[in-house]
Write a protein that binds this ligand. Structure first.
Ligand SMILES: [Zn+2]
Length: 176
């Protein structure tokens, strides 16, 4: 796994978001090339799970494989390796989509007053909450208005952290 920052950190973040800690364990083991069997030995994770994690990582472009036919038994051997550059490109693509959704949400929510029940099972704009006599449609408890400032603040923070990632795109792609 490339050791440069922040690409290394983002790569780790992406792998963890997609496949969790076990995925990170497998991906670290993959490095510049490893077979399913070798990964099983090294990580202690059963081969069936190793394969399913690898397929999942592959669907996100994080790993790639080389398939070779064993001439004596006719079976295929898969040698996996990390594809750091493609993984980072996909990571940035995902973060850009997330950023877009968040931007829209932020624009919608600014200036709108929301009502929420204590348990958090529902959250309605003022008009709809009023129609329900400020009772949660699910748990029937009284709904209170959400201080928009707090919610917006959280959304803004999240957006800022996403922007940090997406604006680092050029930096990430130019690494050696
Ligand atoms: Zn409720």
């Amino acid at each position: 796994m490339p050791k440069q920052l922040p690409s290394h950190r983002y790569l780790k973040q992406f792998i963890t978001e997609v496949t969790g800690d076990r995925g990170l364990k497998v991906a670290t083991c993959v490095g510049d090339g490893a077979t399913d069997e070798k990964i099983e030995q090294k990580t202690g994770i059963k081969i069936a799970e190793v394969r399913s994690i690898l397929n999942h990582l592959h669907s996100f472009g994080i790993v790639e494989y080389l398939r070779e036919k064993n001439l004596s038994n006719g079976w295929f051997t898969y040698t996996w390796k990390l594809n750091g550059d493609r993984a980072l490109q996909n990571f940035i693509l995902f973060k850009k989509k997330e950023q877009e959704t968040l931007r829209k949400k932020l624009a919608e929510e600014a200036g709108v007053l929301f009502y929420k029940c204590r348990k958090g099972c529902s959250r309605l704009p003022f008009e709809q909450a009023m129609d329900k006599q400020f009772r949660c449609p699910q748990c029937k408890s009284l709904m209170h208005h959400v201080r928009p400032h707090d919610e917006l603040r959280k959304l803004e923070d999240r957006l800022i952290s996403l922007e940090k990632i997406t604006s680092a795109e050029n930096l990430l792609m130019k690494r050696d």
